[in-house]
Design a protein around this ligand. Structure first.
Ligand SMILES: C[S@@+](CC[C@H](N)C(=O)[O-])C[C@H]1O[C@@H](n2cnc3c(N)ncnc32)[C@H](O)[C@@H]1O
Length: 254
């Protein structure tokens, strides 16, 4: 239940969302010189990208969609100074606006969908001909240190599903009919004070219960303590412990 998990994380997400903020910034940096009449944002969450969009396009109407009801309620109350943002509870996999949009954006959200190809096809239908889709994706290499360690500690509790690869994402976008105008693919190590701070951060981002790191059964208390201790030992570097985030940013047209 992705909606439920992110709702639970709504209050704490922003304090621990550095990689997500960097991805949102790269999505905005990719935007061409356009001034659309309306924007659709998919998976708006706590509004990190939404805020950047509202600053970049003052007065443009933004339909900010998220599947987690509590996340939408939280953001709606936080963004009362931005009446141009319309907060909507809906699923990016099936959402259709009344009219096609000239600009659609999404950051750090579409890796959660069950069928990325079908979701991209749906987004293609939401976009007007000649329209722009700017997309930031979290990819399969994200938190790879944690996945490998978890596999060693509890091999029978394997993750149910994994994040899409770069190649799968490119294929899904191509199959939907998008033309890739620009792309950037990167892998970055993010530093945390220590393993405990890292686990706290990913828990508060709302990712620990999800497909990024969840297995088919929860770890026991002992397994979790071992995971934290082993992470500290294995992935310590100057100034803390590190975790990899693999991301891609795309500028696409219809
Ligand atoms: C990691 S947060 C990112 C939020 C924001 N875009 C940012 O950059 O900080 C992912 C968000 O995507 C939402 N989400 C996941 N699957 C979704 C779907 N199928 N439709 C709409 N929103 C979805 C989650 O509820 C969550 O709020």
């Amino acid at each position: 239940m992705i909606g439920h998990r992110f709702s639970a994380a709504a209050e704490t997400y922003d304090r621990h969302a550095r990689p997500q903020l960097a991805l949102a910034q790269s999505v905005v940096a990719f935007l061409p010189e356009i001034y659309p009449e309306q924007i659709l944002e998919l998976g708006a969450g706590t509004g990190q990208l939404t805020r950047l969009l509202a600053e970049h396009f003052p007065d443009v109407l933004i339909d900010a969609v998220d599947v987690a009801e509590k996340m939408v309620t939280h953001s709606r109350s936080k963004f009362t100074r931005f009446p141009q943002i319309n907060w909507i509870v809906a699923d990016a996999q099936t959402y259709r606006g009344n009219d096609p949009y000239p600009l659609i954006v999404s950051s750090a959200a579409l890796h959660w969908v069950v069928d990325l190809t079908a979701t991209c096809a749906n987004i293609f239908q939401c976009l007007e001909p000649g329209g722009t889709f700017a997309l930031g994706m979290m990819l399969s290499g994200t938190l790879k240190e944690l996945h490998d360690l978890r596999q060693e500690i509890a091999p029978e509790k394997t993750p149910l599903i994994s994040l899409p690869t770069y190649e799968e994402t490119v294929a899904a976008l191509g199959a939907a009919g998008f033309r890739i105008e620009r792309r950037m693919h990167s892998e970055e190590e993010i530093l945390y004070d220590d393993a405990r701070a890292f686990f706290q951060a990913i828990h508060e981002q709302g990712v620990t219960g999800g497909k990024v790191s969840a297995g088919n059964a929860p770890l026991s208390r002992t397994e979790l303590s071992q995971l934290v201790a082993d992470y500290q030992e294995s992935f310590t570097t100057d100034g803390g412990v590190y975790a990899t985030y693999e991301t891609a940013t795309f500028l696409l047209t219809k």
